[in-house]
Write a protein that binds this ligand. Structure first.
Ligand code: TYD
Length: 219
């Protein structure tokens, strides 16, 4: 199942800073490795995915199984059309959320069976798992306070309530503890630059990455 590229996912609750940290890590890894870097997200990393994202976040209310299938559909197409081809080209792919979000939100949060949700997602992506998953862990009440600074309306998941977000966080922490070889857990209650510095060190060590050394040119 292994590919020539590197596959990194960011996970965590709403408003923990995943998109900023993904982008900054991508810029640094492009320099460090000299490889193509693809920074993407779920839901909504493809054209079809953007439609699914609008439906699942801002559309009519749907039951938990429909919600799980919409995220799995977005993920299946995302992997087949964008992530797997990039990894096969040898790119670094960084995704803001991947299948662990489905297990944390649709099972931990919505209370579907965790194994079923995981199997659904693994089937959707034909077994593709990240080489490393960074969990930005933050108390959901801190994240909600950050969100209060924004002026757009909260989406369906953001409206799901404190208890839902507390269960989601617990599910992420439990999954990370069960598979420490894949996960890096980072306390996200820190300034952006400090977090990024820690993520760079930990991800590079985990992937065994070393800087590109320019060939010395004899004069
Ligand atoms: P995202 O755009 O990452 O929101 P935020 O920037 O606020 O973290 O994700 C949108 C929402 O979709 C978020 O509340 C988490 C939820 N979600 C799921 O419930 N299941 C999933 O499989 C994924 C990928 C996201």
């Amino acid at each position: 199942m292994s590919t020539p590229g590197y596959f990194i996912s960011f996970e965590g609750g709403d408003g923990v800073g995943k998109s900023t940290q993904s982008r900054l890590l991508g810029e640094w890894l492009a320099e460090l490795t000299g490889r193509e870097v693809v920074v993407t997200r779920e839901p909504g990393g493809t054209t079809l995915g953007k439609e699914l994202r609008a439906a699942v976040l801002h559309g009519e209310d749907v039951d938990p199984r429909t919600e799980a299938l919409l995220y799995a559909t977005d993920r299946a197409h995302h992997v087949a059309s964008l992530i797997r081809p990039a990894l096969e080209r040898g790119a670094v792919v960084i995704t803001d959320r991947y299948l662990d979000s489905s297990v944390a939100y649709q099972a931990g949060g919505r209370a579907l069976d965790a194994d079923e949700v995981e199997r659904l997602s693994l089937w959707a992506v034909d077994g593709l798992l990240p080489d490393v998953t960074v969990l930005l862990d933050l108390d959901p009440t801190v994240a909600t306070t950050r969100r209060d600074g924004r002026d757009d309306a909260p989406d369906r998941l953001e409206r799901a309530g404190d208890e839902f977000h507390r269960r989601t966080r617990e599910a992420f922490v439990a999954r990370a503890a069960a598979d420490p070889g894949r996960w890096l857990v980072i306390d996200a209650d820190a300034p952006v630059d400090d977090l990024q510095a820690q993520i760079r060190v930990d991800v590079a060590a985990r992937l065994g990455l070393t800087p590109v050394v320019e060939e010395a040119v004899e004069a």
